[in-house]
Design a protein around this ligand. Structure first.
Ligand SMILES: *Cc1c(COP(=O)(O)O)cnc(C)c1O
Length: 359
């Protein structure tokens, strides 16, 4: 059985050594030494000053909104994983969808500005499939309109744009370290912020607003990362460069198979950014073709996924009707093919052949 992703597992002995350390110390969570070590290493790896590790990428977004004091309406993309929108609704914010660019699948900054109203306080764009957004234009609009920007960078770990990491844009960037992501901590996530005060608030909020013994200084929640998660992260981080290099090979084979086929559309990638090859999305001529292709693959025990479907303006809890034709159209026709570092070559050849025969 071939799935769209496969969790990377590091060398078991290496993980075991960290587990031995955890057992020796008896310290399992609450800002333990492995969480601190992973935070330090991520600061270096990402070239940033502050990384806050949390229990998942969903709460990373929620903490970022709260720590930045985001209120009211938030402009975001309808073409993403549900958490980008559900976190806004969960926090009592109102998502306003800006349609996407039909080539990059990212929020189209040209459609952003006219959606800004006096009630708008922030923009939440996504680097979709690890493809870096037009960060300059988004940054310029945000500055002029006095809006906060939180990048949902869940797909963009390890990606650099013009020499700096994807973590360095906006007022905050958040990551998901779920097992299906390129870099993972089993479950987990991170918030990267620039402002010292916002950083301090994030650290407090993830631990009930408790700064130390006998004091509770603000409203918080519990979303701490534990030591077993951090241990996994420390192991996977060692191997990340090799993981991405191996994914690059898989990517090149897909490109060779599909590049010149007019029946398929591939994502236009930001030319100034590196890639982590988290996903391999293909857009077909119609939903009917997509269903035919995925049906043929499933018959071979190969399971691609409809990332992202449905387009998020269709969520049952979005009450106000919003029309975003580009997102709605791409969402119906996009399929992510299996993409992971040890995808067997013969299986990949079969995937390419099956896609081309049915597209
Ligand atoms: C995976 C993902 C999330 C959620 O992260 P979790 O760690 O699963 O909570 C949020 N946004 C996007 C775009 C994602 O792909």
């Amino acid at each position: 059985m071939i799935n769209v992703t496969k969790t990377y597992l590091p060398e078991k002995e290496k993980y075991q050594k960290y587990v031995d350390r955890i057992f020796a110390s008896g310290w399992l969570t609450n800002n333990g030494e492995l969480v601190q070590e992973l935070e330090r290493r991520l600061c270096t790896y990402l070239g940033v000053r502050h990384v806050v590790l949390v229990s998942n990428g969903t709460l990373a977004l929620q903490i970022a909104y709260r720590a930045l004091g985001i209120k009211g309406k938030v402009i975001t993309t309808p073409f993403s994983f549900v958490a980008t929108t559900s976190t806004l609704v969960w926090e009592g914010l109102e998502p306003v969808f800006a349609d996407i660019d039909t080539e990059t699948y990212n929020l189209d900054p040209n459609r952003l500005e006219k959606l800004v109203t006096p009630g708008t306080s922030a923009i939440v764009p996504v680097h979709v499939f690890g493809n870096i957004c037009d960060v300059e234009k988004i940054g310029e609009i945000a500055k002029r309109k006095n809006l906060k920007v939180v990048y949902d960078a869940a797909h963009a770990f390890g990606v650099n744009y013009k020499g700096v990491s994807a973590a360095s844009f906006g007022d905050a960037s958040t990551f998901s370290f779920h097992s299906t992501k390129v870099f993972h901590t089993i479950e987990g996530g991170a918030i990267v912020v620039k402002d010292e005060e916002v950083y301090r608030r994030c650290k407090l909020m993830i631990n009930f607003g408790i700064p130390g013994p006998d004091r509770i200084v603000e409203l918080g929640i519990n979303c701490k990362m534990n030591e077993f998660q951090a241990a996994m992260g420390l192991c996977v981080l060692d191997d990340l460069e090799e993981i991405i290099a191996r994914r690059q090979k898989v990517f090149e084979r897909y490109m060779k198979g599909f590049e010149n086929d007019p029946k398929l559309k591939l994502q236009r990638l930001n030319p100034d950014a590196t890639r982590n090859h988290s996903y391999f999305p293909v857009v077909f001529g119609s939903e009917e073709i997509l269903l035919r292709v995925s049906g043929s693959l499933k018959a071979l025990d190969i399971y691609p996924r409809r990332y992202f479907y449905p387009s998020l303006e269709e969520l049952p809890y979005i009450k106000e009707r919003q029309t975003v034709p580009a997102s709605s159209d791409i969402a119906k026709r996009v399929l992510c093919l299996p993409m992971y570092e040890d995808l067997p070559e013969d299986k990949q050849a079969l995937i390419i052949k099956t896609v081309l025969e049915n597209a």
